[in-house]
Ligand binder design. Sequence first.
Ligand code: ACO
Length: 422
Amino acid sequence: MTESITITDNRTGNQLEIPIAHGGVSAAEWQKLLPGIWFYDPGLTTTAVCESTITFVDGENGVLRYRGYPIEELAEHSSYLEVAYLLLHGELPDAEQFDKWRHEVTMHTYIHENVRKRFLEGFHYDAHPMGMLVSAVAALSTFYLDAKDIFDLDLRAKQITRLIAKMPTLAAAAHRFSVGMPFVYPDNSLDFCANFLSMMWKVAEPRFDANPTLARALDILFILHADHEQNCSTTAMRVVGSSHADPYSCCAAACAALYGPRHGGANEEVIRMLTEIGSMDNVPAFVEEVKQGHGRLQGFGHRVYKNYDPRAKIIKRTADEVFAITGKNPLLDIALKLEDIALNDEYFTSRRLYPNVDFYSGLIYQAMGFPLEMFPVLFAIPRTSGWLAHWQELLDQDSKIVRPRQLFVGAEPRAYVPIDER
Ligand code: ACO
């Protein structure tokens, strides 16, 4: 039997039965009975904006799967580049497809000299690297005019490769500029993460060989951050994409959404919060403050997960491997105590607030030497593959331009009053 709901318009008594499909009901059906009556849903908390085959999240049970593959298995056995292919193509690549994909990404890591010399170096010396990244990604659209041809599938694939390949180069360039270090060109003999670490940290050595454990840890973090269905930045990507803007402009919008402390800036906030707490003894008082409504426990809570974020579990394990190389981040003990107190406190348990992906990722990034300002940038690098997978899906769905409605609660019509009569 098909499941359905029946709605009644109490003004007229008219009724309409709407089938429930894939856990949702069609707003188009609703409109047949109630034209001009809108769903009031700020934050889109109960609205499904699309059908998608990319990522499955079950927030109640803490489940995350990309194209059907559990995140735990991908984090253990796969690599970021393979996951990016999976997100974009729907299937894992065979050996030949993967070699080709890796080769293409590697060959597109260079950025136009003008992007670096004239554009990035034009920023103020203390520019935030995420602000630089947002702008640089947008600027790329002026370098690749063929990007506007979004329905040419070969050109579309080319822009996707370019964006995934150039993100680490732009990210490292933004960092080097902000610390006054010379730009390091990509080393195409290195794999994706080792190359990024080389562009970040190389000084005078002929070749920078990243510690393999740290490169692998970064790869795992990139896998975990590659996609998360209709989050704020992916929604920005889809909204701008629905106007048929080029992918660089869409990605710049998504990057901008990721910049905010409620989204990609949260792990930076976690480190600031742990630093402010300062010692294990101060943790209980800090938790009390949060419960009194003074601020939030950063890295806790999630719109979708009402259980332990599965990515946080994997990150916690990865943190141990990283700290074995770098030495323990002194903030770790504060974080562990905070987690322990919160997970046993009625305020947090009744609201189902658990650590999210950002609670531990910042500790790892900091131990690896990344400055706080780079944290959202480190998020943007892998999330680019998720954004592009959604953008591609959107274009293939013949979707409408996104144009929501509002409930107008402003002034009634009134006559203009000249300034000297006000
Ligand atoms: N600390 C303390 N209380 C919290 C927290 C928190 N981190 N998060 C939510 N709450 C409380 C709210 O005060 C509210 O309580 P109330 O019902 O008594 O008013 C209740 O829990 C529900 O909170 P909402 O804000 O309605 O939850 P929402 O789903 O809108 O917010 C969000 C989700 C933005 C992630 C929120 O939990 C938060 O601000 N967390 C801290 C920032 C953070 O870690 N962001 C990273 C998210 S993951 C990511 O983007 C990759």
